[in-house]
Design a protein around this ligand. Structure first.
Ligand code: NAD
Length: 228
């Protein structure tokens, strides 16, 4: 990891598998980190587990589906640290495992709200800060599900294709202003999310689903959060 001393990083979904590991690595590399997730207690537990020092971190309980919450995590970061160098726009949910014909509209809305609107609002409120600074980098967490289809996960797949589209638009809008916007597309990563997807795909034998998903990865295994 590079030296990130003096840099400020916002991480959404920071109490989850990939977000927490990202927070760990940025903090170890000297960055100041704003951890954003739904639940204050989970954030406090994360900060404790990572051994984050006072003055090096900020915890913001926020729901990324609410624009006012997103504005708040950006404002609080600017107030405490003065700038936003990096946004890891990472909070996401998998939704219920179901075929399209069996997917209810609430479940569809929820996945699109978190995975698409949450990423959109993050871009909307962080880009102006970075444009003022004339530098910054944004990483949106898409997925291999943003590149291919997957049975039983249509809202998730649609949402991650949308994240790639938003990333392309933001990169075009901000590229000449010193800001890089990229998406990452991890294959299955060993977190709570895959346990949920395995149980949805094969309720009687989640282990069998895990094996099938792993065999579709060139490495023949899941990635670990630290590899993301
Ligand atoms: P995770 O469930 O461990 O973490 C997701 C975190 O996002 C949780 O802590 C959750 O509380 C938070 N979150 C959910 N809704 C939120 C909301 N409305 N506002 C704020 N926070 C919210 O899952 P993960 O595997 O760490 O996933 C992180 C990201 O990586 C997601 O966008 C996911 O789609 C993506 N991804 C995961 C995998 C995988 O196999 N695990 C693969 C590719 C992409």
């Amino acid at each position: 990891m590079h030296d990130f001393s003096g840099k400020t990083v916002i991480i959404t979904g920071a109490a989850g598998g990939i977000g927490k590991e990202t927070a760990r690595q940025f903090a170890e590399a000297g960055a100041k980190v704003t951890l954003v997730d739904l639940n204050q207690q989970a954030l406090e537990q994360t900060a404790k587990e990572l051994g984050l020092k006072e003055g090096q971190h900020l915890l913001v309980a926020a729901d990324v589906t609410k624009e006012s919450d997103v504005k708040r995590y950006v404002d609080e970061t600017k107030n405490k640290f003065g700038r936003v160098d990096i946004l890891f726009n990472n909070a996401g949910i998998e939704g219920k495992f179901a075929l399209i014909k069996d997917t209810d509209s609430e479940s569809l809305d929820k996945v699109l709200d978190v995975n698409v609107k949450g990423v959109f609002y993050g871009l909307k409120h962080v880009l102006p800060v970075m444009i003022d600074q004339k530098e910054g980098a944004i990483i949106n967490t898409a997925s291999v599900a943003g590149l291919t289809g997957s049975q039983g996960l249509s809202p998730y797949v649609a949402s991650k294709h949308a994240v790639i589209g938003l990333t392309k638009c933001a990169a075009l809008e901000a590229g000449d202003k010193g800001i890089r916007v990229n998406a990452i597309c991890p294959a299955p990563i060993n977190t709570r999310m895959m346990r949920s997807i395995e149980a949805g795909a094969s309720p009687d034998s989640p282990e069998a689903a895990k094996e099938l998903y792993a065999q579709a990865v060139p490495m023949k295994r899941y990635g670990e959060p630290h590899e993301v």
